[in-house]
Design a protein around this ligand. Structure first.
Ligand code: ASP
Length: 440
Protein backbone atom coordinates (compact mmCIF):
# COMPACT_ATOMS: atom_id res chain seq x y z
CA UNK A 1 0.00 0.00 0.00
CA UNK A 2 1.12 3.56 -0.70
CA UNK A 3 2.08 5.52 2.38
CA UNK A 4 1.67 9.17 3.26
CA UNK A 5 3.67 11.00 5.91
CA UNK A 6 1.45 13.48 7.76
CA UNK A 7 3.35 16.06 9.80
CA UNK A 8 1.36 18.18 12.24
CA UNK A 9 2.73 21.53 13.43
CA UNK A 10 2.60 23.04 16.91
CA UNK A 11 -0.86 24.60 16.69
CA UNK A 12 -2.32 21.29 15.43
CA UNK A 13 -1.19 19.53 18.60
CA UNK A 14 -1.70 22.46 20.98
CA UNK A 15 -4.61 20.93 22.90
CA UNK A 16 -7.12 18.11 23.04
CA UNK A 17 -9.54 19.79 20.65
CA UNK A 18 -6.87 20.12 17.97
CA UNK A 19 -5.68 16.57 18.57
CA UNK A 20 -9.22 15.28 17.99
CA UNK A 21 -8.99 16.92 14.53
CA UNK A 22 -5.62 15.25 14.01
CA UNK A 23 -7.11 11.85 14.76
CA UNK A 24 -10.03 12.44 12.39
CA UNK A 25 -7.60 13.46 9.63
CA UNK A 26 -5.31 10.48 10.16
CA UNK A 27 -8.19 8.02 10.29
CA UNK A 28 -9.85 9.48 7.20
CA UNK A 29 -7.11 8.05 4.96
CA UNK A 30 -5.61 4.59 5.44
CA UNK A 31 -2.45 5.71 3.70
CA UNK A 32 -1.62 8.20 6.46
CA UNK A 33 0.54 5.72 8.28
CA UNK A 34 3.39 7.84 9.43
CA UNK A 35 2.56 10.79 11.64
CA UNK A 36 5.23 13.31 12.66
CA UNK A 37 4.55 15.85 15.38
CA UNK A 38 5.89 19.15 16.64
CA UNK A 39 5.72 20.15 20.29
CA UNK A 40 2.45 21.78 21.41
CA UNK A 41 2.40 25.36 20.14
CA UNK A 42 0.19 28.34 20.79
CA UNK A 43 -3.54 27.89 21.48
CA UNK A 44 -4.10 31.62 21.07
CA UNK A 45 -1.77 34.43 20.00
CA UNK A 46 -0.55 35.32 23.50
CA UNK A 47 0.06 31.71 24.51
CA UNK A 48 3.54 30.19 25.05
CA UNK A 49 5.08 27.49 22.86
CA UNK A 50 6.31 24.47 24.76
CA UNK A 51 9.69 24.62 22.98
CA UNK A 52 10.21 28.23 24.10
CA UNK A 53 9.36 27.25 27.68
CA UNK A 54 11.82 24.36 27.53
CA UNK A 55 14.63 26.63 26.40
CA UNK A 56 13.66 29.05 29.13
CA UNK A 57 13.73 26.34 31.82
CA UNK A 58 17.09 25.12 30.62
CA UNK A 59 18.64 28.59 30.60
CA UNK A 60 17.17 29.52 33.98
CA UNK A 61 18.40 26.29 35.55
CA UNK A 62 21.87 26.96 34.09
CA UNK A 63 21.86 30.30 35.92
CA UNK A 64 20.79 28.60 39.13
CA UNK A 65 17.30 30.20 39.02
CA UNK A 66 14.14 28.44 40.17
CA UNK A 67 12.29 26.98 37.16
CA UNK A 68 9.07 26.10 39.02
CA UNK A 69 6.91 28.62 37.19
CA UNK A 70 7.83 27.88 33.55
CA UNK A 71 8.06 24.16 34.26
CA UNK A 72 4.56 24.19 35.72
CA UNK A 73 3.27 25.71 32.46
CA UNK A 74 4.81 22.80 30.54
CA UNK A 75 3.50 20.18 32.93
CA UNK A 76 0.04 21.75 33.07
CA UNK A 77 -0.19 21.79 29.29
CA UNK A 78 0.61 18.09 28.97
CA UNK A 79 -1.61 17.26 31.96
CA UNK A 80 -4.51 19.12 30.30
CA UNK A 81 -4.03 17.25 27.02
CA UNK A 82 -3.75 13.90 28.78
CA UNK A 83 -6.95 14.73 30.69
CA UNK A 84 -8.84 15.93 27.60
CA UNK A 85 -7.92 12.84 25.62
CA UNK A 86 -8.50 10.44 28.52
CA UNK A 87 -5.01 8.94 28.29
CA UNK A 88 -3.14 7.10 31.06
CA UNK A 89 -1.19 9.35 33.41
CA UNK A 90 2.10 7.38 33.34
CA UNK A 91 3.53 10.01 31.04
CA UNK A 92 3.04 12.70 33.69
CA UNK A 93 5.36 10.85 36.08
CA UNK A 94 7.95 10.83 33.33
CA UNK A 95 7.45 14.55 32.77
CA UNK A 96 8.01 15.12 36.50
CA UNK A 97 11.22 13.10 36.40
CA UNK A 98 12.30 15.17 33.42
CA UNK A 99 11.63 18.30 35.53
CA UNK A 100 14.11 17.00 38.11
CA UNK A 101 16.66 16.43 35.37
CA UNK A 102 16.12 19.97 34.08
CA UNK A 103 16.78 21.34 37.57
CA UNK A 104 19.96 19.29 37.93
CA UNK A 105 21.07 20.52 34.49
CA UNK A 106 20.98 18.73 31.14
CA UNK A 107 22.16 19.34 27.62
CA UNK A 108 20.25 22.24 25.96
CA UNK A 109 19.20 20.25 22.89
CA UNK A 110 17.99 17.41 25.08
CA UNK A 111 15.82 19.85 27.05
CA UNK A 112 14.38 21.43 23.87
CA UNK A 113 13.63 18.06 22.26
CA UNK A 114 11.33 16.86 25.04
CA UNK A 115 8.39 18.88 23.72
CA UNK A 116 8.32 16.72 20.60
CA UNK A 117 9.24 13.59 22.54
CA UNK A 118 6.34 13.83 24.98
CA UNK A 119 3.94 15.04 22.27
CA UNK A 120 4.78 12.05 20.08
CA UNK A 121 4.41 9.65 22.99
CA UNK A 122 0.94 10.89 23.79
CA UNK A 123 -0.20 11.14 20.18
CA UNK A 124 0.99 7.54 19.64
CA UNK A 125 -1.11 6.44 22.61
CA UNK A 126 -4.09 8.45 21.37
CA UNK A 127 -3.91 6.97 17.85
CA UNK A 128 -3.02 3.46 18.98
CA UNK A 129 0.17 3.75 16.95
CA UNK A 130 3.82 2.89 17.58
CA UNK A 131 6.08 5.64 18.94
CA UNK A 132 9.34 6.16 17.05
CA UNK A 133 12.24 7.96 18.73
CA UNK A 134 14.41 9.68 16.10
CA UNK A 135 17.34 9.68 18.53
CA UNK A 136 17.69 6.01 17.53
CA UNK A 137 17.94 6.64 13.81
CA UNK A 138 18.53 10.19 12.59
CA UNK A 139 22.15 11.24 12.79
CA UNK A 140 22.64 14.98 12.40
CA UNK A 141 26.12 16.09 11.33
CA UNK A 142 27.82 19.06 13.05
CA UNK A 143 26.73 21.36 10.18
CA UNK A 144 23.07 20.43 10.72
CA UNK A 145 22.74 18.17 7.66
CA UNK A 146 21.59 14.61 7.93
CA UNK A 147 24.00 11.68 7.58
CA UNK A 148 22.73 9.73 4.54
CA UNK A 149 22.67 6.31 6.23
CA UNK A 150 19.95 7.73 8.51
CA UNK A 151 17.43 7.13 5.72
CA UNK A 152 18.02 3.38 5.79
CA UNK A 153 18.07 3.21 9.57
CA UNK A 154 14.82 5.17 9.90
CA UNK A 155 13.36 3.21 6.99
CA UNK A 156 13.91 0.01 8.98
CA UNK A 157 12.23 1.57 12.04
CA UNK A 158 9.21 2.33 9.84
CA UNK A 159 9.28 -0.94 7.92
CA UNK A 160 5.90 -2.45 8.78
CA UNK A 161 3.61 -1.22 6.01
CA UNK A 162 0.51 -2.33 7.92
CA UNK A 163 1.43 -0.45 11.09
CA UNK A 164 0.89 3.16 12.02
CA UNK A 165 3.77 5.14 13.54
CA UNK A 166 4.21 8.44 15.35
CA UNK A 167 7.66 9.98 15.00
CA UNK A 168 8.81 12.88 17.19
CA UNK A 169 9.91 15.85 15.06
CA UNK A 170 12.72 18.38 15.51
CA UNK A 171 15.55 16.16 16.76
CA UNK A 172 17.80 13.22 16.14
CA UNK A 173 21.20 12.44 17.59
CA UNK A 174 24.70 13.70 16.96
CA UNK A 175 27.53 11.41 15.89
CA UNK A 176 28.34 10.72 19.56
CA UNK A 177 24.78 9.58 20.18
CA UNK A 178 23.54 12.61 22.16
CA UNK A 179 20.21 14.23 21.34
CA UNK A 180 20.64 17.00 18.78
CA UNK A 181 17.94 19.30 17.42
CA UNK A 182 17.52 20.86 14.01
CA UNK A 183 17.11 24.63 13.74
CA UNK A 184 13.84 26.14 14.98
CA UNK A 185 10.79 24.92 13.11
CA UNK A 186 12.79 21.80 12.28
CA UNK A 187 9.95 19.28 12.56
CA UNK A 188 9.25 20.07 8.91
CA UNK A 189 12.69 18.62 8.17
CA UNK A 190 11.94 15.50 10.24
CA UNK A 191 8.74 14.97 8.23
CA UNK A 192 10.62 15.31 4.96
CA UNK A 193 13.26 12.82 6.08
CA UNK A 194 10.59 10.39 7.22
CA UNK A 195 8.81 10.68 3.85
CA UNK A 196 11.97 9.81 2.02
CA UNK A 197 13.02 7.07 4.45
CA UNK A 198 9.61 5.42 4.24
CA UNK A 199 9.36 5.72 0.45
CA UNK A 200 6.14 7.73 0.90
CA UNK A 201 4.23 8.91 -2.15
CA UNK A 202 3.24 12.20 -0.51
CA UNK A 203 4.43 14.37 2.34
CA UNK A 204 1.53 16.21 3.97
CA UNK A 205 2.39 19.18 6.13
CA UNK A 206 -0.58 20.17 8.31
CA UNK A 207 -0.53 23.73 9.65
CA UNK A 208 -2.99 26.46 10.61
CA UNK A 209 -2.87 28.41 7.35
CA UNK A 210 -4.73 27.71 4.10
CA UNK A 211 -1.45 26.89 2.34
CA UNK A 212 1.39 28.89 0.89
CA UNK A 213 0.10 32.34 0.23
CA UNK A 214 0.72 34.40 -2.87
CA UNK A 215 2.04 37.27 -0.76
CA UNK A 216 2.89 38.08 2.83
CA UNK A 217 -0.39 38.38 4.80
CA UNK A 218 1.19 41.08 6.96
CA UNK A 219 1.45 43.23 3.84
CA UNK A 220 -1.52 42.15 1.69
CA UNK A 221 -4.91 41.57 3.32
CA UNK A 222 -6.04 37.92 2.94
CA UNK A 223 -3.80 36.88 0.04
CA UNK A 224 -4.92 33.90 -2.03
CA UNK A 225 -3.29 30.52 -1.36
CA UNK A 226 -1.20 29.09 -4.21
CA UNK A 227 -2.80 25.94 -5.61
CA UNK A 228 0.37 24.43 -7.05
CA UNK A 229 3.99 25.55 -6.87
CA UNK A 230 7.20 23.85 -7.99
CA UNK A 231 10.21 23.06 -5.82
CA UNK A 232 12.23 25.65 -7.74
CA UNK A 233 9.61 28.34 -7.18
CA UNK A 234 9.22 27.59 -3.50
CA UNK A 235 13.00 27.93 -3.03
CA UNK A 236 12.83 31.41 -4.50
CA UNK A 237 9.81 32.35 -2.40
CA UNK A 238 11.43 31.05 0.81
CA UNK A 239 14.75 32.73 0.07
CA UNK A 240 12.92 36.00 -0.40
CA UNK A 241 11.23 35.74 2.94
CA UNK A 242 8.00 33.76 2.47
CA UNK A 243 7.58 31.43 5.42
CA UNK A 244 5.19 28.53 6.26
CA UNK A 245 7.52 25.70 5.43
CA UNK A 246 11.14 25.31 6.63
CA UNK A 247 13.34 25.76 3.56
CA UNK A 248 15.79 23.02 4.60
CA UNK A 249 12.88 20.59 4.51
CA UNK A 250 12.66 20.80 0.74
CA UNK A 251 15.90 18.98 -0.02
CA UNK A 252 15.16 15.44 1.24
CA UNK A 253 11.85 15.20 -0.61
CA UNK A 254 12.99 17.11 -3.66
CA UNK A 255 15.85 14.69 -4.24
CA UNK A 256 13.45 11.78 -3.94
CA UNK A 257 10.78 13.45 -6.12
CA UNK A 258 8.12 13.24 -3.40
CA UNK A 259 5.49 16.02 -3.63
CA UNK A 260 4.47 17.99 -0.54
CA UNK A 261 0.96 19.14 0.24
CA UNK A 262 0.48 21.94 2.76
CA UNK A 263 -2.91 21.56 4.45
CA UNK A 264 -4.91 23.33 7.12
CA UNK A 265 -5.84 21.15 10.13
CA UNK A 266 -8.80 23.47 10.78
CA UNK A 267 -10.13 23.13 7.23
CA UNK A 268 -9.08 19.70 6.05
CA UNK A 269 -11.49 19.77 3.10
CA UNK A 270 -9.61 22.67 1.49
CA UNK A 271 -7.00 21.65 -1.08
CA UNK A 272 -4.12 23.68 0.37
CA UNK A 273 -0.94 24.01 -1.68
CA UNK A 274 0.76 21.25 -3.65
CA UNK A 275 4.54 21.58 -4.02
CA UNK A 276 5.66 19.43 -6.93
CA UNK A 277 8.84 18.51 -8.79
CA UNK A 278 7.19 19.68 -12.04
CA UNK A 279 4.15 21.89 -12.50
CA UNK A 280 1.14 20.36 -14.22
CA UNK A 281 0.30 21.60 -17.71
CA UNK A 282 -2.95 23.04 -16.32
CA UNK A 283 -1.09 25.18 -13.80
CA UNK A 284 1.36 26.42 -16.38
CA UNK A 285 -1.48 27.30 -18.73
CA UNK A 286 -3.61 29.02 -16.12
CA UNK A 287 -1.21 30.99 -13.95
CA UNK A 288 1.11 33.83 -14.83
CA UNK A 289 3.07 33.84 -11.60
CA UNK A 290 3.30 31.76 -8.43
CA UNK A 291 3.63 34.57 -5.94
CA UNK A 292 5.35 37.69 -4.71
CA UNK A 293 7.92 37.60 -1.95
CA UNK A 294 10.33 40.12 -0.58
CA UNK A 295 12.32 41.44 2.30
CA UNK A 296 13.70 44.64 3.63
CA UNK A 297 17.18 44.99 5.05
CA UNK A 298 19.53 45.21 2.06
CA UNK A 299 22.25 47.72 1.16
CA UNK A 300 23.66 48.54 -2.24
CA UNK A 301 27.19 49.72 -2.85
CA UNK A 302 27.42 51.53 -6.20
CA UNK A 303 30.61 52.51 -7.90
CA UNK A 304 31.39 54.23 -11.16
CA UNK A 305 34.61 54.26 -13.12
CA UNK A 306 35.02 55.48 -16.65
CA UNK A 307 36.18 52.72 -19.01
CA UNK A 308 35.59 50.09 -16.36
CA UNK A 309 34.64 47.67 -19.11
CA UNK A 310 38.19 47.82 -20.49
CA UNK A 311 39.86 47.02 -17.18
CA UNK A 312 40.20 43.27 -17.01
CA UNK A 313 39.36 41.82 -13.60
CA UNK A 314 37.82 44.98 -12.11
CA UNK A 315 34.57 43.37 -10.97
CA UNK A 316 36.50 40.32 -9.88
CA UNK A 317 38.65 42.47 -7.57
CA UNK A 318 35.56 44.26 -6.28
CA UNK A 319 33.83 40.99 -5.40
CA UNK A 320 37.09 39.76 -3.88
CA UNK A 321 36.84 42.46 -1.22
CA UNK A 322 33.47 41.06 -0.16
CA UNK A 323 34.61 37.46 -0.17
CA UNK A 324 37.73 38.29 1.90
CA UNK A 325 35.32 39.62 4.53
CA UNK A 326 33.10 36.55 4.27
CA UNK A 327 30.15 38.62 3.05
CA UNK A 328 27.97 36.92 0.48
CA UNK A 329 26.79 39.02 -2.43
CA UNK A 330 23.10 38.79 -3.31
CA UNK A 331 23.08 40.58 -6.66
CA UNK A 332 25.53 42.45 -8.79
CA UNK A 333 23.82 44.55 -11.48
CA UNK A 334 26.23 46.34 -13.80
CA UNK A 335 26.53 48.62 -16.83
CA UNK A 336 29.52 49.72 -18.88
CA UNK A 337 31.02 52.14 -16.40
CA UNK A 338 29.25 51.24 -13.18
CA UNK A 339 28.61 48.26 -11.01
CA UNK A 340 26.54 47.79 -7.86
CA UNK A 341 26.76 45.15 -5.20
CA UNK A 342 23.67 44.26 -3.18
CA UNK A 343 24.25 42.66 0.22
CA UNK A 344 22.11 41.63 3.13
CA UNK A 345 22.49 44.08 6.03
CA UNK A 346 22.80 41.23 8.50
CA UNK A 347 25.86 39.98 6.58
CA UNK A 348 27.33 43.47 6.17
CA UNK A 349 26.95 44.33 9.85
CA UNK A 350 29.07 47.29 10.88
CA UNK A 351 31.57 46.77 8.05
CA UNK A 352 30.01 49.15 5.49
CA UNK A 353 32.50 51.98 6.00
CA UNK A 354 35.56 49.75 6.02
CA UNK A 355 34.42 48.08 2.80
CA UNK A 356 34.01 51.48 1.15
CA UNK A 357 37.48 52.43 2.34
CA UNK A 358 39.01 49.33 0.80
CA UNK A 359 37.17 49.84 -2.49
CA UNK A 360 38.45 53.41 -2.63
CA UNK A 361 41.99 52.33 -1.92
CA UNK A 362 42.19 49.27 -4.13
CA UNK A 363 39.88 50.15 -7.04
CA UNK A 364 40.11 53.91 -7.25
CA UNK A 365 36.55 54.53 -8.47
CA UNK A 366 35.36 57.88 -9.85
CA UNK A 367 32.42 57.80 -7.49
CA UNK A 368 31.31 55.51 -4.73
CA UNK A 369 28.26 55.47 -2.53
CA UNK A 370 26.26 53.17 -0.34
CA UNK A 371 22.47 53.13 -0.21
CA UNK A 372 21.09 51.54 2.91
CA UNK A 373 17.47 50.66 3.62
CA UNK A 374 16.68 48.87 0.43
CA UNK A 375 14.06 46.19 -0.01
CA UNK A 376 14.01 43.49 -2.67
CA UNK A 377 10.76 42.25 -4.12
CA UNK A 378 10.66 39.09 -6.23
CA UNK A 379 7.89 38.11 -8.59
CA UNK A 380 8.27 34.34 -8.86
CA UNK A 381 6.90 31.97 -11.46
CA UNK A 382 8.19 29.29 -13.79
CA UNK A 383 5.63 30.22 -16.39
CA UNK A 384 7.37 33.55 -16.96
CA UNK A 385 9.76 32.11 -19.53
CA UNK A 386 6.84 31.36 -21.81
CA UNK A 387 4.74 34.43 -21.11
CA UNK A 388 5.12 37.75 -22.87
CA UNK A 389 4.43 40.91 -20.92
CA UNK A 390 5.16 39.93 -17.32
CA UNK A 391 7.97 42.45 -16.97
CA UNK A 392 5.77 45.12 -18.55
CA UNK A 393 3.05 44.39 -16.05
CA UNK A 394 5.50 44.61 -13.15
CA UNK A 395 6.98 47.91 -14.18
CA UNK A 396 3.73 49.58 -15.09
CA UNK A 397 2.14 48.49 -11.79
CA UNK A 398 5.05 49.92 -9.84
CA UNK A 399 5.05 53.07 -11.95
CA UNK A 400 1.34 53.64 -11.36
CA UNK A 401 1.87 53.16 -7.63
CA UNK A 402 4.60 55.82 -7.69
CA UNK A 403 7.34 53.37 -6.65
CA UNK A 404 10.82 54.26 -7.83
CA UNK A 405 12.70 51.15 -8.98
CA UNK A 406 16.36 51.13 -7.92
CA UNK A 407 17.43 47.71 -9.18
CA UNK A 408 16.11 45.32 -11.81
CA UNK A 409 17.34 41.76 -11.98
CA UNK A 410 16.05 38.84 -13.96
CA UNK A 411 17.87 35.58 -13.36
CA UNK A 412 18.91 33.64 -16.45
CA UNK A 413 16.61 30.84 -15.32
CA UNK A 414 13.73 33.30 -15.80
CA UNK A 415 11.99 32.00 -12.73
CA UNK A 416 11.83 35.41 -11.12
CA UNK A 417 12.13 39.12 -11.66
CA UNK A 418 13.64 40.97 -8.72
CA UNK A 419 13.26 44.67 -8.18
CA UNK A 420 15.00 46.73 -5.54
CA UNK A 421 13.06 49.62 -4.01
CA UNK A 422 13.53 51.93 -1.03
CA UNK A 423 12.44 50.20 2.16
CA UNK A 424 9.83 52.94 2.63
CA UNK A 425 8.21 51.82 -0.67
CA UNK A 426 8.32 48.11 0.09
CA UNK A 427 4.75 47.51 1.18
CA UNK A 428 3.31 49.73 -1.53
CA UNK A 429 5.32 47.80 -4.13
CA UNK A 430 4.12 44.39 -2.94
CA UNK A 431 0.50 45.52 -2.82
CA UNK A 432 0.68 47.06 -6.28
CA UNK A 433 2.18 43.87 -7.75
CA UNK A 434 -0.34 41.65 -6.01
CA UNK A 435 -3.19 43.76 -7.36
CA UNK A 436 -1.72 43.72 -10.87
CA UNK A 437 -1.48 39.93 -11.02
CA UNK A 438 -4.64 38.94 -9.16
CA UNK A 439 -6.96 41.81 -9.97
CA UNK A 440 -7.58 42.28 -6.23
N1 ASP B 1 9.09 22.80 18.30
C1 ASP B 1 10.18 23.28 17.50
C2 ASP B 1 10.12 24.79 17.40
O1 ASP B 1 9.27 25.41 18.01
C3 ASP B 1 10.23 22.62 16.17
C4 ASP B 1 8.97 22.71 15.33
O2 ASP B 1 7.90 23.06 15.82
O3 ASP B 1 9.05 22.41 14.15
O4 ASP B 1 10.95 25.36 16.76
Amino acid sequence: MERIVAKFGGSSVADGRQLAKVRAIVEADQRRQIVVVSAPGKRQPDDAKITDLLYLCHDMAALGTDISHPFRLIRDRFAAIIGELGLGSGLLDEIDRFGDLLRRGCHRDHAASRGEYFAARLVAEFLGARFVDPAESLTIAPDGTIDPESYQVLGRQLADRQGRYVLAGFYGRDREGRVKTFSRGGSDISGAIAARAAGATLYENWTDTPGILMADPRVVASPQPIAEISFREIREMAYMGASVFHDEAILPVREAGIPIRIKNTNQPEEPGTLITPALSAATIASTEIAGIAGREGFSMICLEKTLMNREVGYVHRLLGIFSEQGISVEHCPSSIDSVSVVVDNSALGERGESILEQIRRRLNPDSLRITRDLALVAVVGEGMVETVGIAGKIFSALGRAGVNIRIINQGASEINVIVGVAAADYQRAVRALYAAFTGR
